[in-house]
Structure formats: C-alpha cells, structure tokens
Ligand binder design. Structure first.
Ligand code: NDP
Length: 285
C-alpha cells in the first residue's frame, strides 16, 4: 500500500494572531493521537478575509478557528450556521461538511463544559451574574440560557452595549434577563447568586493588577467565581474570591474546553484533554 503523506489542515485566522496560543494545544493533541494534522496560525487582514476563506475551501481545510476581528465578519462567507452561532451572532469555529463550511461557536460551550467538569456545577435552575457584554459575554450568556439557568443578571459598564445584549438575547431566546448598569463604586454580589462570571477584559495581561469592581462581602459561601480571562490564569478577581473562601474557575479551563470541542468537531475523535491543558499551561506560564 502506498504511503499517504497528505496532511489534514486546520488553523486560526486573526489579526493580530501571533500571540494566539491555540496552535500549541491542538498540535499537542494531534501528536498524542498520532494524527497527521497541522494547525496553522495565520495572519489575515480584515480586507483579505473573503479571499482567505476561498483559499481555505480550495485547499480543503478540515476546519478553522476565527479570532479578532473576524468572528462576525466571516459569517457572509460561510454556507450555514449552527443554532448557537446564529443565536450568538458570531463564529469562532468552522467545520467542513462535504463542500460546505458550517459556522459554530464553542466559546460559551467551553465555559459550560468547564463549569460542569472542573467546577462540578450544572447551571440548570441556578442564579448567575455575568460581568460584561462583549463577544465572550454574549457566547456565555447564550449557553447559560440554553442550559436552563433560572436567573441571569448582566452587569456592564456601557449602558447601551449591556441593554443591546439583553434585548438581543431576550428576542432570540425568550428568556427573562435583567440588565444592571455597573454601579459606582462597585457591584454588590447578593447571597442568592450561585455563579459570578467575569467576561470583561479587566485583569487581562499586561494590566494584571486590575480587578472588576465587585463586592463579595454579602455573597453566599456557595458562590463559584469564574473568570474568562486566561492570561494570567490566576487573576486578581480569582485571588480575591479565594481570600473569601470561595470556589473559583479560571479562563484557562474555558479556553481548553473550547479547543477540546473544536478538536472533537473536526476529527470526530475524543480529545486528549489532559495533554491539551498541559500544553496550553506550558505556553502561558
Ligand atoms: P470585548 O472587547 O468584546 O468586550 C470587552 C468587555 O469588557 C465589555 O463588556 C467591556 O465593557 C468590558 N470592559 C473593558 N474594560 C472595562 C473596564 N475597565 N471596566 C469595566 N468593564 C470593562 O472582549 P471579549 O468579550 O472578546 O473578551 C472579554 C475577555 O474574555 C477577554 O479577556 C478575552 O481574552 C476573554 N476570552 C476568553 C476566552 C476563553 O476561552 N477563556 C474566549 C473568549 C474571550 P464596555 O461594553 O463598557 O466597553
């Protein structure tokens, strides 16, 4: 039998993309399973996105990730969207179905899987406070609603962006969501909250001393504090929560699981989760 030297290609398109660590995690997973797959980290300027997707089609890529600034802009170049990507209004993962490219969004699913598997919490029937109204918040909020949270409160600095998110989600899902403009000097987390999620970029490298302005004095001891920020994994918010004796979930878990879901969508194989988490931790340490 002749040898098959053909590699399956996947990758991430973004700009700037050089510091995106996903490739290390996916390549480690391919190596661990002995798959002849390559994950390419590709700089694509906004004006070149359409041509880049044509190239992806021509070269028969098995799948893609999209990062800033392409998550919304890519939609017109795809053939269909998953229900979640449609609801979120953004795509971070593309899978191939024959000749068709299908847009998916695994950011929120990554968060949900991290919450269930690493923090041991099923959000169904729970009360959740979500800080932020950007892309990550939108993905997380959508998945939390689909998972059946009983109460979702969105807290955001910009009134307009926060209200837009809540309005969009309500019209797409029918769920009742509360919006609270971020109060001065801080948002007080009440005792009924089960989960607090930071989906703002506050605390992200290099501004690692910053922390979203929340007061945890009145929070219940059962509260789980989660951060979408993954660089650093140990954010000021998570350290602050630990000082209150609260359980925490870091953004690294969310990032690993969205990669795990992507790997499983593309290859149809069970992802080596431990290998992926170790590879990513190494890259970010
Ligand atoms: P966006 O730029 O879309 O949204 C940023 C959000 O942060 C907005 O709600 C913004 O509020 C808020 N914000 C920014 N600065 C401040 C501040 N000083 N005070 C209060 N709020 C502030 O970013 P994304 O949603 O794409 O990303 C958010 C974070 O999530 C990033 O750190 C990103 O790295 C992380 N992320 C993690 C993933 C993971 O897998 N772990 C996946 C995707 C993202 P306003 O509307 O008022 O401007």
């Amino acid at each position: 039998m002749p040898k098959n030297y053909r590699a399956e290609l996947v990758g991430v398109l973004g700009s700037p993309v050089a510091e995106n660590p996903t490739g290390a995690m996916q390549e480690a997973a391919f190596a661990a399973l002995g798959l002849n797959w390559r994950y390419l980290t590709i700089e694509v300027k906004p004006e070149d996105l359409g041509r880049a997707i044509e190239g992806v089609r021509a070269m028969g890529f098995a799948g893609l990730n999209l990062t800033i600034p392409h998550k919304v802009a890519v939609i017109p170049y795809l053939d269909a969207l998953s229900r979640e990507a449609e609801m979120i209004g953004a795509v971070n993962t593309v899978r191939r179905d024959g000749e068709r490219l299908i847009g998916e969004n695994t950011d929120g699913r990554g968060f949900l899987r991290a919450l269930k598997e690493d923090a041991g919490l099923d959000p169904a029937g729970k009360t959740v406070v979500l800080l932020g109204a950007g892309g990550a918040a939108r993905a997380i909020a959508t998945e939390l609603i689909l998972a059946g949270v009983s109460k979702l409160t969105v807290v955001n600095r910009s009134d307009l962006r926060g209200r837009e998110l809540v309005h969009d989600l309500q019209s797409r899902t029918g769920a009742a969501i509360e919006f609270v403009p971020w109060p001065e000097p801080c948002y007080t987390v009440t005792a009924d909250a089960d989960v607090l999620v930071n989906a703002t970029s506050v605390g992200l490298y290099p501004a690692v001393e910053a922390m979203p302005q929340v007061d945890l004095h009145t929070a219940g001891k059962h509260l789980i504090v989660c951060d979408a920020v993954f660089n650093p994994a140990e954010t000021m918010l998570l350290n602050h929560a630990k000082a209150f004796g609260l359980r925490t979930l870091d953004g690294l878990s969310m990032l690993v699981y969205q990669g795990v879901i992507g790997f499983e969508i593309w290859t149809g194989r069970k992802a080596p989760e431990k290998v992926m988490k170790e590879a990513l931790s190494r890259e970010l340490s």
